[in-house]
Write a protein that binds this ligand. Structure first.
Ligand code: NAP
Length: 320
């Protein structure tokens, strides 16, 4: 089978399309024929060798795949060959024609959902769900600012926030991104590259501030986020690419708090709850991953460059 292999940590050019043996499922494992693989920013940090989780070389990237069960190992009864599934982590990597997973890592893909959308479920929606339900316990009627709403996690956060009954404010950096966030139903949308947008956000909350902020670029925004919080407000650091200085007084005067997590750290019980919650939304169509770009598997290096550039528009997926 064809698969992307990384033999040494480095830039996008270390992603090589190669022929490798198709894996066979051992007991408790599932072999999935991958029809689409989601590209996430963490794939690029891992490829660089700068991520907290460092795989043994060589490895195939990708946790988020969608496709059809090809074969199952002994003892597997959750799925059978022919079933449509999405993956949440894998054993051998999703940037490939086939991926081996544990039985617990495959989840039914609703009949109406395309594989490309299925490849946009786990990391983006799992992160948004954990941030809103498990981390901050968002309550209907609260005001949510999704700071970076045009990308994978941002769109998921907007959709989940609206489904829960939050007043949703979102930001994006391009007209196309702003249009997308607006179309997804955010009540107010702002351009995070324009001066004065923070004041506009405050104004849109009637001067009270946001109860919740999901932050995609904390090294740039966290200091300002604290000033945008309502009393008892919570910020969740989802993405950060460096250090930042904050004023603790902004937290003290509001009795506010900063939360942070990585999806790798969620417990098995939390993960089960996440998939059950997501399934309800995916089946009903309230959760609809947005696929902005589909590229052939061989173009993984291009996908890794583009995922880090400004102008996000939902998900980039690779098609084997
Ligand atoms: P993505 O699809 O590449 O989207 C990036 C988002 O950040 C876009 O909405 C982009 O907007 C926005 N952004 C760019 N500059 C910004 C600024 N100055 N202020 C606010 N937002 C800005 O990435 P993603 O998958 O949504 O992930 C977002 C971040 O969260 C990444 O850093 C990722 O590594 C991290 N993440 C963490 C976890 C976790 O477990 N903690 C899980 C998933 C993702 P424009 O392009 O429109 O400017």
């Amino acid at each position: 089978m064809k698969a992307i292999l990384v033999h040494q940590f480095g830039g996008p050019e270390v992603l090589k399309l190669e022929d490798v043996p198709t894996p066979r499922p051992a007991a408790g494992q599932v072999l999935v024929r991958i029809h689409a693989a989601g590209v996430n920013p963490y794939d690029t940090y891992m490829r660089n060798g700068t991520y907290a989780v460092k795989p043994r070389l060589p490895y195939t990237p990708g946790s988020d795949g969608a496709g059809i069960v090809e074969a199952v190992g002994e003892g597997v009864n959750k799925v059978k060959p022919g079933d449509r599934v999405y993956t949440a982590k894998t054993v051998t990597g999703a940037y490939a024609e086939y991926a081996l997973t544990l039985e617990s890592q495959v989840h039914r893909l609703p009949a109406e959902m395309t594989y490309a959308r299925g490849a946009g479920v786990w990391v983006p929606y799992g992160t948004a769900y954990h941030a809103l339900y498990q981390c901050t316990r968002a309550r209907a009627g609260e005001t949510l600012l999704v700071h970076g709403a045009s990308g994978g996690v941002g769109i998921a956060s907007v959709q989940i926030g609206l489904a829960v009954g939050l007043v949703v404010l979102g930001t994006a950096g391009t007209e196309k991104g702003i249009e997308l966030v607006r179309r997804e139903g955010a009540h107010h949308v702002f351009n995070h590259t324009q001066s004065g947008y923070l004041e506009q956000i405050m104004k849109a909350t009637g001067g009270r501030g946001a109860d919740l902020i999901l932050e995609m670029l904390a090294n740039v925004n966290l200091g300002q986020d604290l000033k945008l919080l309502a009393p008892h407000g919570r910020v969740v650091v989802i993405g950060s690419r460096g250090d930042v200085t904050v004023s603790p007084h902004e937290l003290m005067t509001r009795r506010a708090s900063i939360h942070a997590f990585t999806l790798w750290g969620v417990t098995e019980a939390e993960e089960n709850e996440i998939h059950a919650g997501l399934m309800a939304g995916l089946e009903k169509g309230t959760l609809r991953p947005v696929v902005g770009k589909e590229l052939p598997l061989a173009e993984a290096p291009r996908a890794h460059k583009e995922i880090l550039e400004p102008g996000a528009y939902g998900k980039i997926v690779l098609v084997p």
